[in-house]
Design a protein. Structure first.
Lengths: 210, 210
DNA sequence: ATTATCTATAGATCTATAGATAATGC
DNA sequence: ATTATCTATAGATCTATAGATAATGC
């Protein structure tokens, strides 16, 4: 039998299977996050996963399957930080904690950010549904939290959605445009610590009511 | 003769040639800015330019040639606003004028921004040289201007390069991530006017010395 | 005469599968 | 016995060209 999917779901996957599936997903994230879905090839992914194309397609039956799986795995990690933005506690602490987490993620694990950047640049063909439902709901909730902070005079009056966009853009920039940042900065480590200070200054001062 | 490039450079291009070359570049910008170099096909560009693939390749001899030409044409438009950032005049006015211009460009002509986003996401293979030379020099100059404003106490002490990144990221977000913004906002026009207000509040307040 | 367009297709690349062979685990 | 890997290749897609035909401008 050459099709894994026909196996009964109670079968435990073998060690080799677990290891190879993970290797494939890791390799696929690297490749897809750089070149997007259409710009990536199964051969590139196979090479990076150190196996033949045919063998790779023994574990995942199509390029599209791999892409969807990688997107699914990455989506939750991408959303997690926003979930912890809570109405309780100091707005400035909450907003800065969120910003800092996103910044650190973008610097340390740029692949997730790039994967979405590619997907959304191309019109979000695969995750449109997700954006309309799950993300939209979460964002609406968090915008209400921010709006509440504004209404109670705790932060300056700005559009909550645009504030989120600003935070996303400013932090993910260090992942999505790292090729440019590396060229324009003389030292990447300095750049990143300065980034933290600069974002903190501008966002927190910027949101101070006056 | 089937190769235009063998023509003497003093030959005046025909009306049809001028029109078709322009149609191709317009179509190519649309396609490349969405799908990147590898993700785009000559067939897509030809269809959008309303001519056959063969005819398109009569005007530009390869996909790569078209891509390079489109990038070249777009680079100058992309840089122009930064050039006008000048040491004279009020720092806040200068910075806001720059930010506003970039925001408006991102909203009105998102293709240029998306083209670069795609190119840089993929590691800037074609424009690495340009980034190292022309852009680096321009950015260094403008960072010196910003640093001067900081040293004379006219704006808050932030890292000039990171400030530029913040402005680029925040404004180009509306081009690069428009697919997401359209889904998450209830009304695009409101979103964009709120964007202007929100960016103005945060960036200008954020840079106010205290 | 020159320029522009069309038809047909070569050759490269890419996804996916079939079928044989090797490795692994009871 | 089952699972994993390899070789070979079909069939789709894509870039680019050759060569014939049509349209245009002096």
């Amino acid at each position: 039998m050459s099709n894994l999917n026909k196996k009964s779901p109670t079968d435990k996957p073998s060690r080799i299977q677990v290891r190879n599936r993970q290797k494939i997903l890791d390799a696929a994230l690297d490749v897809f996050s750089r070149y997007g879905y259409r710009g990536s090839t199964v051969a590139q992914i196979a090479e990076r996963a150190e196996m033949s194309k045919a063998n790779l397609l023994y574990y995942y039956k199509s390029k599209n399957d791999i892409y969807v799986k990688v997107l699914e795995n990455t989506l939750s990690a991408w959303l997690a930080p926003l979930i912890s933005l809570e109405a309780d506690g100091d707005p400035f602490e909450q907003i800065w904690a969120y910003t800092q987490t996103k910044l650190q993620l973008s610097i340390d694990k740029p692949e997730a950010s790039r994967l979405f950047a590619n997907e959304i640049l191309q019109g979000a063909p695969m995750i449109k549904e997700f954006l309309h439902t799950d993300l939209k709901q979460l964002v609406d909730e968090k915008c209400a939290v921010i709006q509440h902070w504004i209404d109670t005079g705790r932060i300056a009056a700005v559009c909550p959605l645009n504030l989120l966009f600003l935070i996303w853009a400013a932090t993910q920039h260090y992942a999505d445009f790292s090729a440019q940042a590396e060229i324009l900065s003389n030292d990447n480590n300095t750049l990143h610590s300065n980034a933290e200070h600069t974002l903190k200054t501008i966002i927190l001062n910027g949101l101070t009511p006056r």
